[in-house]
Design a protein around this ligand. Structure first.
Ligand SMILES: [Zn+2]
Length: 60
């Protein structure tokens, strides 16, 4: 299992925590390859949906 804090949350590639960017919404590391991509947005959505369970009003 990869260390979540040192890996890109989108592709799972290991990052150097000193230089890696962080996704502002989730405060998770994201590599240059994934930063700003649709894949990143998709991963953000999936993670926020999971974490926000119970916090969202559910109005669609
Ligand atoms: Zn990545």
């Amino acid at each position: 299992m990869a260390d979540f804090l040192n890996s890109c949350f989108v592709c799972g590639k290991e990052n150097d925590p000193q230089t890696t960017k962080k996704n502002q919404q989730l405060n998770l590391p994201v590599c240059d390859d994934c930063s700003g991509t649709d894949e990143e947005k998709k991963a953000v959505n999936e993670l926020t949906e999971g974490m926000a369970d119970g916090f969202v009003c559910g109005c669609i």
